[in-house]
Write a protein that binds this ligand. Sequence first.
Ligand code: URA
Length: 220
Amino acid sequence: MGRDRPFQPLRRKRFAVSEYIELYQRITGCAECSLSQGRTNAVPGEGSQNADIMFVGEGPGYYEDRDGRPFIGQAGKLLDEMLAKIGLDRQDVYVTNMVKCRPPNNRDPLPEELSACAPYLDKQIEIISPRVIVCLGRFSFSKFFPGETISKARGRPRNWNGIKVYPMYHPAAALHNPKLKPAIEKDFRNLPALIEQVNQATQDAPEPEQTPARQLSMFE
Ligand code: URA
């Protein structure tokens, strides 16, 4: 990559691009819940096939719906800023949401919308196979650890099906309440050490054959 990164990626994955494309197409054509009726574009997610870190937000907002890309509005700018502070950018990670279509007026996703969309995130987790899932906000965190509050859980990694789940406040929360920003910054600063720790723990595991890195933003 020609630049210093805060940790070495494991580059361990055998990745079926066709499986990802099929999933992408299923999401963009989905009509499983009523959010599909109001969307301009579904927002499946994007990033690196070799991502060790997957960020999971809540749902697309205005700009994401307009362009079909996750976290490109104000919250996305803050996400980029914090990634940059730890030497990462979008090409190093995978970014997606709990629901792939924008809820009207950015309201919270409803339980039935979250359940209708859940199989897509499950499949993304299976395909990308991240070492760490960063939950951005309470909706994402409650998928993995229902019934707990993000304010108590944030900043402490948990084990979930062999993956570290790392809860943080949603960047939009910091935009609405600047007092939360130091907490998000702190949680981001601890992310490279967490990845390093996870990589150390797995470094002796045999690696499957490598595939060349490929970005998963668009499919020509
Ligand atoms: N907020 C989210 O949770 N996801 C986005 O993609 C944008 C804003």
